[in-house]
Design a protein around this ligand. Structure first.
Ligand SMILES: Nc1ncnc2c1ncn2[C@@H]1O[C@H](COP(=O)(O)OP(=O)(O)OP(=O)(O)O)[C@@H](O)[C@H]1O
Ligand SMILES: [Mg+2]
Length: 264
């Protein structure tokens, strides 16, 4: 059965896109049939996978507007186990229209469960805010990866998404789980990293992935070469960490090993 994982936090620059692209790549390298979907109107995933804007004719929002089928917008990647659904750059008016369509919260989930059920994993890269596309992704998802960088603002954003998840669970999607909180762009031996980790373990002891993703210059180099770091340099520290994260998630799935932040 397909498992839908959203990568989300209402804060910019915490490694959501890097995590979505590399975790999807890691699943595909483990021969799991994987679909990566970009729902951030900025559309950064495409560039990370080597696609140019000109190569993108239709996108996930065409699917939500019923002007294209999901099959029609799926792009094949170099890895036979990894498919991709992109986002075109949206105008202001596209975004306004989209927010109207997304008031139907169940639409994305219904389309994915009916038309993409043959995948093992669907990974959704969300924008840095909760309304609209992120809300739709969380209503559609089985679980959410919450990436955070060290610092107080990211901790505040974690509480914000957990509060939102509580409401979504109550009203729209009672199956949603926290896959895990992921420390990214992590610098060992700094005071702020240590303090953030300590605070996270105090507040959410069962929700933190064992794996964290180190700060690694290879990630930036890979994006200039329009490749996931896992493909650009498979032995880089960040690549190895994303592989380890994928193993953690696959094992959690096999073991049904989830912890709920909602006190159940
Ligand atoms: N492990 C890492 N080491 C070093 N740099 C990283 C790492 N992960 C991500 N970055 C860099 O940090 C920046 C932000 O990453 P990314 O785009 O993945 O974040 P995001 O949360 O998706 O941002 P946005 O909210 O704007 O969509 C990028 O320039 C990326 O190359
Ligand atoms: Mg992003």
């Amino acid at each position: 059965m397909v498992k839908i994982i959203a990568v989300a936090l209402p804060k910019g620059g915490v490694g959501k896109t890097t995590t979505a692209v590399n975790i999807a790549t890691a699943f595909a390298l483990s021969k799991k049939r994987t679909l990566l979907i970009d729902v951030d109107p900025l559309g950064s995933c495409a560039s990370s996978l080597g696609f140019t804007r000109e190569g993108i004719k239709n996108d996930i929002f065409n699917v939500l507007q019923f002007s294209a089928s999901l099959q029609k917008v799926i792009l094949k990647t170099e890895n036979q186990f990894l498919d991709f659904v992109p986002v075109k750059q949206l105008t202001y008016f596209d975004e306004v229209r989209l927010s109207r369509i997304l008031t139907n919260e169940q639409l994305l989930g219904n389309i994915l469960r009916h038309k993409a059920a043959s995948y093992d994993y669907i990974v959704i890269d969300c924008p840095p805010y909760l309304v609209g596309p992120t809300n739709a992704a969380l209503v559609a998802a089985d679980s959410v990866i919450i990436p955070i960088t060290p610092g107080q603002y990211a901790l505040d954003a974690v509480q914000k998404i957990l509060d939102r998840l509580k409401t979504i669970k109550r009203n729209f999607n009672r199956h949603i789980k926290v896959e895990g909180i992921l420390l990214t762009i992590y610098e060992y031996n700094t005071k702020v990293s240590f303090a953030t980790k300590k605070e996270l373990f105090k507040k959410y002891p069962n929700l933190i992935f064992s794996t964290s993703i180190p700060k690694n210059t290879k990630v930036g180099e890979a994006s200039i070469h329009r490749k996931p770091v896992l493909i650009y340099d498979p032995v880089a520290k960040a690549s190895q960490a994303y592989l380890s994260l994928s193993r953690e998630i696959i094992q959690n799935r096999d073991a049904f090993n989830y912890h709920s932040p909602f006190g159940e």
